[in-house]
Structure formats: structure tokens, C-alpha cells
Ligand binder design. Structure first.
Ligand code: ZN
Length: 243
């Protein structure tokens, strides 16, 4: 039983990559020993064992179907059985928590396809980085997409809080702290401060994930992982790539 996620077996799909990523120094990670015993187990979704570029193309193709209203019918009942013993998603997504985004819908993907982390403002906390490290090192995800969206309320609230000098109630200042650097970086740029900050936040988060040592940075350097950014357009569902 995996101590991290409670599942029985979801590891061992690409032992070469794991060995490359974790090396000898990381063998203390809780999943390492279980992974070796399962090396020969076939992944539950063989079609998801693809390259970074193929994963990005699959996301774009799925978004195209979503935009055009021709999303596939997903066999959730059958997939449920196939995925009971493990998972091998083809991409990880760090998305805003905004209820209008819904990455599985936006990319017309089924269960077990996307490893999704969501937080208002789609910035990378330590917990999010750790979750994505798990996706890459254990589940062998070849692609991370940071997904912002236009009219983001978290970034708009950050801008207002900075301008007014008012501290938001409760735990909301945590979001402001996380999003302030992106707003400050574009404060003097022309055009819409909100639009510019949304874009900058995606760029900054992509950069942070790419350079997150030791797991994500090593995966990027060895060409096992790509980290890309996109912005979801609320009106038509289109995801524009950033950077
Ligand atoms: Zn948002």
C-alpha cells in the first residue's frame, strides 16, 4: 500500500526514468521500494504512456473538441474498473480553482488522464510543487501545464488589495502574498494590468516549476518533462499557450 496516496499499485511504469530522477540519494522516498516490485506491471492506460510533445498535442486536440462542442463520450463505468489498481495520467495541470475552468472538460479527458492541482490564482505553493513532484517522479507524467484564465478573481483581488493597501480578511492574504510578485512585475507595463498580471503569473509559475530542485529540474534537464503555460478564455473555452 502506498503511504502517500493509499493505493495498492500505481507505480513502476517507467523504472528507467525513476532511477534517473531519484538516483541513490532519494531512495528513502516512501514509494521507491514498492515501485521496484511492480516494474513489470502494465500501466492501466497504455495510451497515456507518451512523450511530452504527444501529451501537449493531446491536450490541444482535446481543447479543440471542447471548443467545438464535440467532446467524446467517456466510458466512466469501464474506466473506473481499469483504474482501481493504479493510474498513469498523461499530463499534470496546475489550474485556478475557478469553477468555470474544469480542466477535464476543457481538454476533453477521461478519468486517469489528468493529474490536476487547483488553487485560486494557479501559483505554486510548496504543497503544489510536492504534488507535481509526485506526478512526475512516481506517475511518470511527461508534461505539466500551468493554466491561468482571463478575469481571474484572485489576481484582481490582489491588485485591489495592493492599490488600496487594505488587508483582506481570513486566510485570503496568503493568496495576495503568492500573487503579488506577478502583479509588481507588470505594474508599469501598458495595457490591462489584470491581463498582464495573469500572463506574468503563468510565466513565473512555469519558471518556478522548471527550476524546482531536485526532482522537477532534473526531469526537465533530462528531457523527460516539459513545463508549459496557457490561458483559458472564458468566453469560448480556448486555451492560448503562453511563452
Ligand atoms: Zn482564477
Amino acid at each position: 500500500m502506498c503511504e502517500m496516496c493509499g493505493q495498492n499499485s500505481h507505480h513502476g511504469f517507467a523504472p528507467t526514468r525513476r532511477g534517473l530522477l531519484l538516483g541513490g540519494s532519494a531512495t528513502g522516498l516512501v514509494w521507491a521500494s514498492g515501485a521496484r516490485a511492480k516494474e513489470t506491471k502494465a500501466p492501466p492506460k497504455p495510451e497515456n504512456a507518451i512523450s511530452s510533445d504527444a501529451a501537449l498535442k493531446r491536450l490541444k486536440d482535446g481543447n479543440g473538441r471542447y471548443i467545438n462542442g464535440v467532446s467524446r463520450r467517456h466510458d466512466f463505468k469501464h474506466e473506473r474498473e481499469a483504474l482501481a489498481g493504479g493510474q498513469n495520467p498523461y499530463a499534470a495541470i496546475l489550474s485556478c480553482a475557478d469553477s468555470r475552468i474544469a480542466p477535464e472538460y476543457a481538454f476533453d479527458s477521461g478519468r486517469g488522464d489528468l493529474f490536476v492541482c487547483r488553487v485560486a490564482g494557479n501559483f505554486a505553493t510548496d504543497e503544489t510543487v510536492a504534488s507535481l513532484e509526485y506526478a512526475v517522479a512516481v506517475l511518470n507524467v511527461p508534461l505539466i501545464l500551468v493554466l491561468g484564465h482571463d478575469a481571474c478573481g484572485a489576481i484582481d483581488a490582489t491588485i485591489k488589495s495592493m492599490k488600496d493597501g487594505n488587508q483582506l480578511p481570513g486566510h485570503l492574504p496568503t493568496l495576495v502574498t503568492g500573487l503579488t510578485p506577478a502583479v509588481k512585475a507588470v505594474m508599469d507595463h501598458g495595457g490591462s494590468l489584470l491581463d498582464n498580471a495573469i500572463r506574468q503569473n503563468v510565466i513565473d509559475t512555469v519558471s518556478k516549476l522548471k527550476s524546482a530542485t531536485p526532482i522537477l529540474s532534473a526531469a526537465v534537464e533530462s528531457n523527460k518533462l516539459k513545463v508549459v503555460g496557457g490561458i483559458y478564455r472564458l468566453k469560448d473555452g480556448r486555451v492560448d499557450m503562453v511563452g
